[in-house]
Design a protein around this ligand. Structure first.
Ligand SMILES: C[S@@+](CC[C@H](N)C(=O)[O-])C[C@H]1O[C@@H](n2cnc3c(N)ncnc32)[C@H](O)[C@@H]1O
Length: 250
């Protein structure tokens, strides 16, 4: 089964507001935020491929926040996570999860139907390598879903935001001074600048090499009528908040 053309499901403003409200309680009520995000994301992915019976690999899936939502949609879910601490975070048992890195997936070529990744590219030093790996393990006609927070997004610096606008090192050092410990998302170690332009360049090269077909590029949380922002160089880096690239493996 191949990937359907983008059917323009119409995500409205109410959905964006709901996600934003839940995001504000991510630290205090993670189950609410991640439950809502997972259901929303699986609904989004479903517009491009029917998930029933599909093998989904969630690269950098943490403890498996998205497992229940993918399984409720009929998919067979496997997570991949390098960090043992993340695997057991949030009291989730991390079922069906492999230890490994997205930069060298311990998985055979063309062995999954959907290679999925949410908010991981900005945490690896070589996002193009991770994207290449996700293409490699996807079968022909399968779907690759990449979503991440671009560096110039208001949340680009994660907990060091908005000081990252003055430089990643400066923002991380300022955080460390103020809080007495390094940020979890420490610039140059566990957080890197991953602009949309870089992943669009990678997409263009992969398309030219005949490895993928571009299915959609959009700002993940925006209502449909604001999707155009992702087409404007410069502006898109700041206002997309979170970028999504969806590809079909050729
Ligand atoms: C912000 S969390 C995202 C978790 C989940 N995917 C989500 O959307 O909520 C980033 C995750 O990327 C993982 N990660 C960091 N480096 C990685 C790598 N080289 N390969 C795969 N995952 C990695 C982290 O351990 C962490 O679980």
């Amino acid at each position: 089964m191949g990937v359907a053309d983008h059917t323009h499901r119409r995500p409205d403003l109410r959905r964006s507001v709901e996600l934003f409200r839940a995001f504000k309680v991510e630290q205090t009520d993670p189950a609410r935020f991640y439950g809502l995000l997972a259901r929303d994301t699986v609904a989004q992915v479903s517009q491009w491929t029917a998930l029933t019976g599909q093998r989904v690999l969630d690269v950098g899936g943490g403890p498996g926040y998205f497992a229940d939502a993918f399984e409720a949609a009929g998919a067979s879910y496997a997570g991949l996570e390098p960090d043992a601490g993340e695997l057991t975070a949030a009291g989730i048992t991390g079922q069906n999860t492999l230890r490994g890195s997205g930069l060298a997936l311990p998985i055979a070529d063309a062995s999954v139907d959907v290679a999925f990744s949410s908010n991981v590219l900005e945490h690896v030093p070589a996002p193009r390598v991770m994207a290449d790996e996700m293409v490699r393990v996807t079968r022909r006609g399968g779907l690759i879903y990449l979503s991440w927070t671009p560096w110039l997004s208001p949340w680009g610096g994660h907990e060091t935001s908005p000081w990252h606008y003055l430089g990643g090192d400066r923002a991380a050092n300022r955080y460390a001074e103020k809080m007495g410990h390094r940020p979890k998302n420490d610039f140059g170690t566990s957080l890197f600048a991953c602009p949309i332009s870089e992943m669009l360049d990678w997409t263009r090269e992969a398309e030219q090499a005949g490895r993928v077909r571009r299915v959609a590029v959009l700002p993940r949380y925006h209502p449909w009528w604001a999707h155009w922002v992702i087409t404007v160089p410069g502006l898109r880096e700041v206002v997309s908040w979170n970028a999504v690239i969806v590809l079909e493996k050729r």
